[in-house]
Design a protein around this ligand. Structure first.
Ligand SMILES: *Cc1c(COP(=O)(O)O)cnc(C)c1O
Length: 392
């Protein structure tokens, strides 16, 4: 393993050199069944033929054009993305390269929307305790976890945190005179796969609508079909003003998107925002394949079915070390009674020339997080669960 990287990641001792479908292969040829999909990124698996072809075909034409111009492929991608998000009222798209960048865009929209309509002093953005919104200085400030608010201050001001689930606290925080937006994950990812209740999301939507506060869903982890609907917020029956996406949107290439509905669609104007790589043709070509594949009722139904299979599978063990199983679709958290990191290590260490290893994520010290590719087979699910049980 190389030591040249800055020591930012707690890395497990494996180096990958190849991939195929739901499998990664390390530099020594050992195979690992992948229940991480690169943290909800490689949603169509590794080496997906349609993705490979779309990326290769585009690379043979051009990799990039600057945003002085449109490209056919980015325009097609943006159109398809807006259409996929139109059931919740999205109208316009801004394309960037990452989740944090998408959330920065959302914060800019909320602030400008409020400033133009109500003047200064109404710029606060409310987020939830336990949320995760990114690693830039502003999105760290948006992240409602104290452990992220060290060492890098001063942080961007104007963020306020409320405990999830507490409707009265949300009511108090959403002051119509100081707050521009509410940024919320319908299902929190990094902090343990924590879904908000329908009552809470409905109340949030009602407060925001009454007070003209932008309701903004961070769907960076939960979106693009991960929970069995194209957006997780769809299943709550609410209409957000802004949605952010990234991770799975281009099946493994860097991408981010901010979408806005009627209210805020015209907020960002010429010169307000930009991104050199935003709408990158390779990411767009890949994103088109993802949207064509995923945004299909039969495909989404399979995501629900596979997720149920994983949940009932684990539940059926009645394992003394399994405490609780949460989540929807292929976004599943499993609370266990032991530290999660040794489980991750063991699942990798078991790999040898004949025996496969197993890749799964953590979401907090004692929560396993399963985010496999949507294309995983039933046999692979069975095999993964068998290994997980053994490792536990
Ligand atoms: C991963 C994630 C982000 C940050 O995305 P990056 O692409 O790493 O900047 C933001 N919000 C949520 C909910 C995420 O899961």
């Amino acid at each position: 393993m190389s030591n040249v990287f800055m020591d930012t990641y707690h890395r497990l001792p494996v180096t990958f050199a190849n991939g195929a479908g739901s499998w990664l292969i390390d530099v020594d040829g050992r195979r690992y069944l992948d229940f991480t999909a690169g943290i909800a990124v490689n949603c169509l698996g590794h080496g997906n033929p349609a993705l490979v072809k779309a990326i290769a075909d585009q690379a043979a034409k051009f990799n990039h054009v600057c945003n002085y111009y449109q490209s056919d492929v980015s325009a097609a991608f943006a159109e398809k993305l807006a259409a996929a998000c139109s059931p919740v009222g999205m109208k316009k798209v801004f394309l960037g390269n990452s989740g944090a960048e998408a959330n920065e865009g959302a914060c800019k929209i909320a602030r400008k929307y409020s400033l133009k309509k109500y003047g200064s002093g109404r710029h606060q953005i409310v987020t939830l305790r336990g949320s995760f919104h990114g690693r830039t200085i502003t999105t760290l400030a948006a992240t409602g976890q104290d452990k992220f608010h060290q060492d890098f201050g001063p942080f961007t001001e104007g963020f306020l945190y409320v405990p999830g689930g507490d409707i009265a606290a949300l009511d108090r925080a959403l002051d119509r005179n100081t707050v521009a937006g509410l940024l919320i994950e319908a299902i929190q990812g990094e902090s343990g796969i924590v879904p908000q209740t329908p009552e809470y999301i409905s109340a949030a939507a009602k407060f925001c609508a009454e007070r003209d506060i932008l309701l903004m869903f961070d769907e960076i982890q939960s979106g693009v079909g991960r929970t069995g609907t194209f957006l997780a917020c769809e299943s709550y029956g609410v209409k957000p003003d802004v949605v952010t996406l990234a991770k799975g949107l281009s099946g493994g290439l860097p991408v981010g998107a901010v979408l806005a509905g009627e209210k805020a669609a015209g907020t960002l104007e010429s010169g307000d925002h930009g991104s050199t790589f935003g709408g990158n043709p390779l990411a767009a070509a890949a994103g088109l394949v993802v949207l064509e594949t995923v945004n299909n009722p039969a495909f989404l139904k399979e995501i629900i079915r596979k997720g149920e299979k994983i949940k009932t599978g684990i539940d059926g063990w009645r394992h003394p070390r399994v405490k609780e199983i949460r989540g929807r679709g292929l976004m599943i958290g499993v609370d266990i009674t032991i530290d999660v990191w040794p489980v991750l290590e063991k699942a990798i260490a078991r790999a040898d020339a004949k025996t496969p290893g197993f890749l799964i994520l953590s979401a907090g010290p004692k929560t396993l997080r399963s985010l496999p590719p949507y294309t995983i087979s039933d046999a692979e699910i069975d095999q993964g669960l068998e290994i997980l049980k053994e490792v536990l």
